[in-house]
Design a protein around this ligand. Structure first.
Ligand code: KIV
Ligand code: ZN
Length: 549
């Protein structure tokens, strides 16, 4: 299977009539999701193997055209994840990243070759700053591009090449390298704005220039890959499409290093809602967006800001009286898209403690969660416990329950068994904690400056470690004093970052569980993978693979 959007001579689309053409006549824009590669590179966003499989399955089902599943040479874990995703994908092309050397490319091919539709994505930094790192002059780099793309193309029919930091590369040199990559057999040329430096007009001019100046440009697909450092990633990606790019590289929730990448949900919904002025079609089933957003947020530990476009908690909330009045009369007064379009069910009172398993299954299905029997049993037990403690159980409560699943796994080294805290105006506050560590129970009392501090100290006394707490964040799942609290924690030890989360009606319990969840992930990472700093610096270790062979 090959990419369905055929290469074509692209023309800037201007002055479109307000009424959009029939969707099927419109140019197709391929959606390339890199949540599992560029998104996962975000410090602390590391995902487990199982989580990567779950996300890849959801992306495939949502209609993503290409999934960039990882960086196979970066670690054994990345290699295993890319290979398995390649085997399980049904319709998406599976892509792996490789630097410009034969070893990376071979390793990448070994991982993606199992896919029905594999792709190798190889890149090299072409801007003056990036050329200086492997210490290659322009001619040497041009040779390297020719050799590596040719090598990749000998292995795989579907090869993507990226001049990293393209937006800060001299135009003549950019055209020269793109031409070399096309002649060597690249089928997609990606134009990365690696440091989020460009602006919409420049982004479209760059694609237009490449289409006009580079021989063979009409035979390949141009992709746009934007970072959000100046908050323009979505605008820049769409501007590139208007100039003729036919692949957008993006991540769910805009997850990615620094300020993140172009957000998939934003570009897809922009082309859907403003199809009159952005007349392009995608294959994305937008009703699956919300579920994926929640999933990526919970596994990465990166909470979605409340006012984030499309998927933020407030994106469809209308609090002010004038808005509510308008909404009741006609939803279109303040809503440009319907919550259902992104798979957002109404937040309504759902069930009480007498609700049965079948009702729970049906409700979860409405919310986008398909559950195997054993998963459902687990959620059901916790739902009953919650319904006993909480008067009303809302959709958001159920979502928090489902997302909390997996934050305490049977195989985890550390388990929270019992917690009691004493708090109030007269300190010091106290925590009595029992942790099960490798199957054995240990208890301790600790005091601290507040109940969370006391409880975290107790964890550290029972499981000594030197990971520093980088982030501790609490948010209420619903309204009311009996609302569940969701707590996110991020810790760092020797360059390894791990995040944890948990939800409970007791904020201190949720806090300790989130902290222990982060520690369990850190323990797994100590066993399995390199520190984050190693994974990131892999870009810059290129010269150690001197020569391409
Ligand atoms: O931002 C970037 O330049 C990248 C490349 C590896 C494509 O992610
Ligand atoms: Zn990137």
């Amino acid at each position: 299977m090959t990419d369905p959007a055929a290469p074509r001579a692209a023309k800037a689309q201007t002055d479109q009539p307000r009424a959009a053409k029939a969707q099927t006549d419109q140019p197709r824009v391929l959606i390339f999701d890199t949540t599992l590669r560029d998104g996962e590179q975000s410090p602390g966003a590391t995902m487990t193997h199982t989580e990567k499989m779950e996300i890849a399955t959801l992306l495939d089902e949502m209609g993503v055209d290409i999934i960039e599943a990882g960086f196979p040479i970066a670690s054994e874990g990345d290699f295993a994840a890319v290979s398995e995703i390649a085997k399980l994908s049904q319709t998406a092309t599976i892509c792996g990243l490789a630097r410009a050397n034969f070893k990376d490319i071979d390793r990448c091919w070994d991982a993606v070759r199992h896919a029905k539709s594999p792709r190798i994505h190889t890149f090299i930094g072409t801007s003056p700053l990036h050329r200086a790192i492997p210490n290659l002059d322009m001619d040497q780099m041009a040779d390297r591009i020719h050799e590596t793309v040719t090598h990749a193309r000998n292995l795989c029919d579907n090869v993507q090449w990226s001049p990293m930091d393209a937006t800060r590369t001299e135009h003549d040199y950019l055209c020269r390298t793109v031409e070399i990559a096309i002649k060597a057999g690249a089928t997609t040329i990606n134009i990365p704005d690696t440091v989020g430096y460009t602006a919409p007009r420049e982004s479209s001019n760059l694609i237009r220039m490449l289409l006009e100046r580079v021989p063979g440009a009409d035979t390949i697909i141009f992709a746009t890959h934007c970072h959000n450092d100046l908050g323009m990633a979505t605008a820049n990606a769409l501007a590139a499409v208007e100039a003729g790019a036919r692949q957008i590289e993006c991540t769910i929730n805009g997850l990615g290093e620094r300020a993140g990448n172009t957000a998939l949900e934003e570009v897809v919904m922009a082309m859907k809602v403003r199809n009159d002025i952005l007349p392009y079609r995608t294959r994305i089933d937008t009703t699956k967006i919300m579920n994926l957003s929640r999933k990526v947020s919970s596994v990465s530990g990166f909470a979605v800001q409340f006012n984030k476009a499309i998927v933020g908690k407030n994106a469809f909330a209308h609090e002010s009286g004038i808005h509510q009045d308008g909404m009741l009369k006609n939803a279109e007064t303040f809503e440009i898209m319907r919550p259902q379009d992104i798979g957002l069910a109404d937040t309504s009172l759902v069930m009480g403690k007498h609700s049965g398993r079948a009702a729970l299954r049906a409700k979860l299905r409405d919310l986008g969660y398909e559950m195997a029997d054993n998963q459902l049993n687990d959620v059901f037990v916790r739902f009953k416990a919650l319904a006993d403690r909480k008067k009303e159980v809302f959709d958001d409560d159920l979502i928090a329950l489902v997302q909390d699943q997996g934050t305490q796994e049977a195989h985890d080294t550390l388990q929270v068994k019992r917690l009691r805290v004493v708090c109030g105006t007269d300190g010091p506050q106290e925590a009595e904690l029992t942790l099960t560590i490798d199957g054995v129970d240990y208890s301790i009392d600790a005091t601290g400056d507040g109940p969370v501090d006391a409880a975290f100290k107790a964890v550290k006394m029972l499981y000594p470690h030197h990971a520093a707490l980088q982030l501790y964040q609490v948010s209420a799942v619903t309204e009311g004093t009996d609302a569940q609290a969701t707590v996110s924690v991020r810790i760092e030890e020797d360059g390894r970052i791990a995040t944890g989360s948990s939800a409970d009606t007791d904020t201190i319990v949720a806090s300790v569980k989130a902290y222990v969840n982060a520690l369990n992930r850190l323990i797994q990472r100590r066993q399995k993978s390199a520190p984050d700093s190693d994974v990131k610096s892999i870009y810059y270790k290129d010269s150690s693979h001197s020569g391409v062979k």
